[in-house]
Design a protein around this ligand. Sequence first.
Ligand code: BT5
Length: 335
Amino acid sequence: MRNILTTSTEQAILRLLKKESHSYLSGQALSKTFGISRTAIWKHIKAIKEMGYAIEASPAKGYRLNQKSLPFNAFEITSGLKTSVIGRDLVFYEEADSTNDIARTLASNGAGEGSAVVADSQKKGKGRLGRRWESPAGVNIYTSIVLRPSIMPVFAPQLTLVSAVAVAETISRFLSNGSGYKPEPTVKWPNDILINSKKTAGILTEMNSEMDRINFVVIGIGVNVNMAKKMLPEELRLIATSLKEEAGEEISRIDFIQTLYLNMEKWYKLYLKNGFEPIREAWNSYFKMAGKVVKVQQMDRVIEGVAIGLDNDGMLLLREKNGNIARIISGDVSI
Ligand code: BT5
């Protein structure tokens, strides 16, 4: 499958087919509109079909696009995008090793604030600490966004929490489209979004900085949208899930990622303008582990205590048995 629309004529034909998708467009009418032969039109249609668009062709009536099964590609993602910064510059891969690695290379070569990388699948999707992120094709979102905030490097972990709020809000919006049963997403410190206590999305924040200045941050976001659990390795099937598994409905990945970018932009701008406090409040509203006894696994030790919530800087607060309040800077939380 080809991945970009190579000519502007193809883009223009596609736009027209979308606009007129309620009826057929004849080869003759298209040929007249674009001032090219019917054979040339046919060749462009063939190329558009090869990009994954479902176009019915009837010798008598002409061409008609099926709007219900649009392919996931850069053209579709950017066409209806309402952001002003995030995703305006976007590269799309059918298969990537890791979108975070690509975004880092682009950022090192000067890619601007909001530049985004999307892949339909990843061969070497990354989690934190060298862990693997399962990234099967055709079902999920794998995207990385370049940010260049003027904040001190020590505050960069707050961007994971900014992103977690944007992801949770997006998931919530898509879960509520269904009828009746509506689960709510929750967040787990620092980088997980869960539905019914199972991991549905993860965030990987990587940074390139000097001592007192950030060069760039790459926010990698993986969301299990339409994935069936059986696409995951056996050991993850009890602890991971997808929106479709929990809500029962197939979700448009194009709508989802456009909303995700819009929410990302909204929370990121608010963070730059008003600081961490609004993020802390929003994050805490998705945090349902408060009051529960949790364990935090760190490199060299385990801390146990009652989860309280985020402090002013984005660290997790725990009340230990001896009454001591522990501020957690890093680690993996489990109940
Ligand atoms: C994360 O790490 O949760 C960060 C995941 C970030 C993935 C995105 S996709 C786009 C971008 N490009 C990349 O290469 N990465 C980012 P961590 O907290 O370390 O969690 C990793 C653990 O989650 C694994 O060890 C598994 O237990 C589990 N896991 C792996 N794949 C999963 C999946 N698809 N869904 C749910 N859980 C998964």
